[in-house]
Design a protein around this ligand. Structure first.
Ligand SMILES: Cc1ncc(COP(=O)(O)O)c(C=O)c1O
Length: 333
């Protein structure tokens, strides 16, 4: 990953390499953390974060579902995120807020282990590749089922739960596919390992409902609204596995991946990305880049990057200047 200058940690802006935790941090052992994945885009009006408030509200809900009391509220994290992007001089980036149980108490019930908060930002290109966004990706239905609501909380974006996504993603990668599609515990289509899924059949856009153990994706919500605004019918309903193979078009949505067409599932060819996918993808990308007036309210403008401090002149060079010796080029105007 590409390093930047600063990470925000528990209220302070720390140099990237100094944002550290103790090896006995609770979250490291048990996955007791909640997080978000957010993106900031370069727009004509400067850098802007896509649906920052919605992401931070989901972070608060995830924390509440796992009994983690957040020391900093959404508004504080919103300001910290924007300042962090400015101070790192970034115009576009991925944003990762993380709230987790830190060091102080072990065992499964550890209410006195402190809650730590981190926000990191870094440049990160398309998760499934630019080619994937253009031509579509190959996906495999995973042998792993999405976590059941009877044993965890699919609605929460919680660190430990991602072992489920990692198993599915690893299985698909080792089998030579770019992404995994998970079924829910009942065998209905659920989502990708880090994306929601949309299936187009006979001109209708289908997507699994909340009861299918999905994460309530921010991009899913955005794409549903965009599709309906464009006049398409979007239906939230259970989707059978075979409908993936019978689909006219399939696409995935998520912050890291953005909107990615799927061109093949379990070696059933779906063909080049279809027209409905293309139309919605173009409108969605306009919304992300601030080119769609009606969706400007989704963008939280960051302000221009803070100019980096001019470097301090080195002592030896200053002394050389004072005694009238030739100075280095860097100190000369
Ligand atoms: C498991 C899972 N489902 C769906 C999504 C898509 O959510 P969003 O659109 O909010 O990024 C993500 C990404 O955060 C995810 O990790």
């Amino acid at each position: 990953m590409e390093k930047v200058e600063l990470i925000w940690m528990n209220g302070d802006f720390l140099p990237w390499d100094e944002a550290k935790v103790h090896v006995l941090s609770h979250g490291l052992h048990y996955g007791t953390g909640v997080f978000e994945g957010i993106r900031c885009y370069e727009t004509e009006r400067g850098p802007a974060v896509f649906r920052l408030q919605d992401h931070l509200e989901r972070l608060e809900k995830s924390a509440e579902l796992y009994y983690l009391e957040m020391p900093h509220g959404a508004e504080r994290l919103r300001e910290a995120t924007k300042e962090l992007i400015r101070r790192n001089g970034l115009r576009s980036c991925y944003i990762r807020p993380l709230v987790f149980r830190g060091y102080g108490e072990m065992g499964l019930y550890a209410p006195s282990a402190p809650i730590e908060t981190v926000i990191a930002v870094w440049p990160w290109g398309a998760y499934l590749g630019e080619e994937g966004k253009g031509k579509g990706v190959r996906a495999k239905v995973s042998s792993w089922r999405r976590i059941s609501p009877q044993s965890a909380i699919p609605h929460a974006k919680a660190s430990g739960q991602y072992l489920n996504s990692i198993l599915a993603k690893t299985e698909s990668a080792k089998a030579g596919y770019e992404e995994a599609i998970l079924l829910d515990e009942r065998g209905f289509v659920c989502e990708g390992s880090g994306e929601n899924i949309f299936v187009i059949r006979d001109g209708e856009i289908l997507t699994p409902p909340h009861a299918a153990s999905i994460l309530d994706g921010i991009n899913r919500k955005s794409v549903i609204q965009i599709a309906r605004d464009l006049g398409y019918s979007v239906i939230e309903r259970e989707i059978a596995r075979a409908e993936l193979y019978l689909a006219d078009e399939v696409f995935l949505t998520g912050t890291a991946a953005e909107l990615v067409p799927v061109r093949e599932i379990d070696d059933h060819d779906l063909g080049e990305p279809g027209e409905i996918t293309r139309v919605i993808q173009a409108r969605f990308e306009d919304a992300l880049a601030g080119r769609a007036e009606e969706y400007l309210e989704w963008l939280d403008f960051v302000g221009e990057p803070t100019a980096p401090e001019p470097p301090e002149p080195a002592t030896a060079e200053v002394e050389a200047e004072e005694v009238g010796e030739p100075t280095s080029g860097r100190l000369n105007p």
